[in-house]
Design a binder for this molecule. Structure first.
Ligand code: ADP
Length: 205
């Protein structure tokens, strides 16, 4: 893959903004942030992200979900599940999430994002206090019992290569801002934890 750490062309110049983040935050009613849900397939990332989005919208906060499967139908449709493709998937989503946060939207991302280095790279893109890493902490046995997309059965049968937790690694965050224990707490309680963390950090009031 080509060097993605800098632009390919040298003939581009950054255009400075005339409306700054503070003015946008005033207009939007919140300063925006990225809530990065990470965890095994079936752990509950999409479900919690959608519920948190509903709760935020009900409070008048601009919120939006970026979902792992959904971006692979468009933005990332050229990528698979090798470590290099997973890294590029997360880099692109991180850049999109950063734009949303800059637009003062609370963006909730639901990606397995199994590699610590890839998640840390996204964290490094964002201003301190704008990135909330949320570990959706569900034992693999429970994910497998839920198997909402029938993927564990297929992976166990050897029909899916590079399946996180079975034939590919998952590196849990070492110090996540949030831990969502879905074996012990229901969907509403987990979503409420997300809003509580955003409120405590002053992202929402
Ligand atoms: P992921 O996005 O991590 O692959 P999903 O959100 O698609 O996982 O699926 C999680 C499944 O687990 C759903 O069927 C959901 O209803 C169920 N579930 C049970 N308890 C919880 C909980 N506390 N939080 C999130 N999901 C839960």
């Amino acid at each position: 893959m080509s060097d993605l750490s800098k632009p390919k062309s040298e003939n581009i110049v950054w255009h400075a903004e005339t409306v700054d983040r503070a003015r946008r935050a005033e207009a939007m009613g919140s300063r925006g942030a990225v809530v990065w849900l990470t965890g095994l397939s079936g752990s509950g990332k999409s479900t919690i992200a959608r519920r948190a989005e509903e709760l935020l919208l009900a409070r008048g906060v601009h919120a939006y979900v970026l979902d792992g499967d959904n971006v692979r139908f468009g933005l990332c449709r050229d990528l698979g599940f090798s470590p290099a493709d997973r890294a590029e998937n997360i880099r692109r989503v991180g850049e999109v999430a950063k734009l949303f946060a800059d637009a003062c939207v609370v963006v909730l991302t639901a990606f397995v994002s199994p590699y610590r280095a890839d998640r840390d790279a996204v964290r490094a893109m964002l201003a301190p206090g704008s990135f909330f890493e949320a570990l959706v902490d569900t034992p693999i046995e429970l994910c497998e019992a839920r198997d909402p997309k029938g993927l564990y059965g297929r992976a166990r049968a050897g029909l899916i290569a590079d399946f996180t937790g079975i034939s590919a690694p998952y590196e849990a965050p070492l110090a996540p801002e949030l831990r969502l224990p879905t074996a012990d707490e229901d969907i509403d309680a987990c979503a409420a934890r997300v809003l509580q963390a955003l409120a405590e950090a002053g992202v929402i009031s």
